[in-house]
Design a protein around this ligand. Structure first.
Ligand code: SF4
Ligand code: SF4
Length: 105
């Protein structure tokens, strides 16, 4: 395709970006991300021990639950092993962040 034709074609295109990314519908095949309901957690560590990607860290003494979104492969094992249904995988996209470590919740 010639340069002029390519430029004209792109001039007529709608912008590839949107003002509000949250307005973009979540794709049907989006596998979701892990959410943890603190009130239902009994700090049994099962999710941390079962996670094949080491994306969950649970500190029973401090009652801290850390989920590393960038490591998660959305396999759903943590949701399956949790005895109290404290973990849920929901089709809610996480926000984009500037730094990898900011994607820990
Ligand atoms: S979905 Fe799988 S990889 Fe992600 S946190 Fe749960 S067990 Fe780990
Ligand atoms: S498996 Fe469920 S109850 Fe156990 S530590 Fe993980 S979130 Fe909490």
């Amino acid at each position: 395709m010639g340069l002029v034709k390519y430029a004209l074609k792109n001039l007529l295109r709608r912008p590839a970006t949107v003002e509000d990314p949250a307005a973009i519908p979540v794709p049907d095949d989006y596998r979701g991300t892990v959410f943890m309901h603190r009130d239902e957690c009994i700090w049994c560590l099962r999710c941390m021990k079962a996670c094949p990607a080491n994306s969950i860290i649970v500190d029973r003494e401090k009652e801290v639950f850390v989920y590393k979104y960038m490591k998660c492969i959305t396999c759903g094992i943590c949701e399956d092993v949790c005895p109290t249904d404290a973990i849920e995988i929901l089709p809610v996209p996480r926000e984009a962040k500037y730094k990898r470590e900011w994607l820990e919740y």
